[in-house]
Design a protein around this ligand. Structure first.
Ligand code: SAM
Ligand code: SF4
Length: 340
């Protein structure tokens, strides 16, 4: 496939505040093999209708149009992206798409459970890096937190990803009070021992149960304070639009990142746009509005029509997520259905 976009639409995705959008997060499915408490309910998940899930051809077409508008990096996510049966094919086809400066840079955020089976094929298909979510090093805690007994599989997934040659492998940790905040230092040691990069994420109000509480949230500052009791932290420069503030642990080479979405929002440099598994564009994790790409994709829309939806979506982007505003309303979709 190759796209045909008019010259007047073939321009970067720039919003009203001058932010240029170069990063696309694509949710491959809303299904998941875990039920993390901060993301999904234990039961009764309102799944997306099967027929509305974008096909691989549709995903590739969207990515091609986006690449023509300046998207350079694509992160595949979900739900659990590896549950999509044709995930290796999706990666292979996406990795052949030409972005503004060469082929799209591809990464994935995954719970890691299926990596022992898939890591080598994914790497061969063009997946360059992976973020694996792991909030605890204790099997019993993992079971409580994810409501599934899959700790050993995730650890094996981390090893498989490292053995496949993907690099860097990052570990995403959502820090939670009285749940895993006593493991902050242990997780950092785990990362140092294995040459993994660690990302601590402040918990955001995106849980299906709407029970997020600012008071309970472990702040980035607290995380850094805990780390500083055991390690010398040296700030690393060159953050640009990356959500994580990075610090070298002792003399390196391992670094740790802290993503302070709530207490130190980085909306001013945001370059990200998302598409849900059912073809809805979101200009922010916290948007309360979506732009429909599914209909033009299925009703014979041209590439120009798709490009117009992308431009309109970015034009409507607000300056910030507003979590700290008194009138903040959590989005209707949980994180698993948005695509983290
Ligand atoms: N299933 C994959 C995984 O867990 O890595 C990909 C999707 S998941 C929604 C993407 C990331 O969002 C994970 O690292 C997860 O920890 C994070 N996440 C989910 N809910 C969150 C919340 N309420 N606050 C902060 N991060 C969250
Ligand atoms: Fe699934 Fe990822 Fe959400 Fe956990 S965070 S329930 S692994 S989508």
């Amino acid at each position: 496939m190759s796209v045909s976009i008019s010259p007047e639409l073939r321009r970067p995705l720039v919003d009203r505040f001058g932010r240029v959008h170069t990063d696309l997060r694509i949710s491959l499915t809303d299904k998941c093999s875990l039920r993390c408490t901060y993301c999904m309910p234990a039961e009764g998940v309102p799944w997306l209708h099967r027929d509305s899930i974008l096909t691989t051809d549709e995903l590739v077409r969207v990515a091609e149009v986006a690449a023509a508008l300046g998207i350079a990096t694509v992160r595949l996510t979900g739900g659990e992206p590896l549950l999509r049966r044709d995930v290796v094919d999706v990666v292979a086809r996406m990795s052949r798409i030409e972005g503004p400066g060469g082929p799209l840079e591809l990464s994935m955020t995954t719970n890691g459970i299926l990596l022992p089976e898939l890591a080598d094929d994914l790497a061969a298909a063009g997946l360059e890096r992976a973020n694996i979510s792991l909030d605890t090093l204790r099997a019993d805690r993992f079971r409580e937190l994810t409501r599934r007994d899959k700790f050993a599989e995730v650890l094996a997934g981390v090893e498989a990803a490292q053995a496949s040659g993907m690099s860097p492998i990052k570990i995403n940790v959502v820090a939670m009070r009285d749940v895993n905040d006593d493991e902050i230092v242990d997780l950092a040691r785990f990362a140092v021992e294995r040459g993994l990069e660690l990302r601590f994420i402040e918990q955001m109000p995106l849980d299906a149960g709407h029970i997020w509480s600012r008071v309970k949230m472990v702040t980035g500052e607290e995380i850094l304070d805990r780390l500083a009791t055991e390690f010398t932290l040296t700030p690393l420069p060159g953050r640009a639009s990356a959500p994580a503030e990075r610090f070298l642990l002792d003399d390196g080479p391992t670094s740790v990142g802290v993503i302070r979405s709530v207490t130190k929002p980085f909306c001013g440099t945001c370059d990200r746009v998302r598409i849900t598994a059912d073809g809805q564009l979101r200009n922010c994790l916290f948007s309360r509005e979506e732009s429909d790409l599914l209909t033009p994709l299925r009703d014979g829309g041209t590439d120009d029509d798709l490009a117009r939806v992308l431009h309109r979506c970015i034009t409507g982007k607000l300056p910030g997520h507003g979590i700290n505003d008194p009138g903040f309303l959590q989005p209707d979709r949980p994180m698993s259905a948005i695509g983290g």
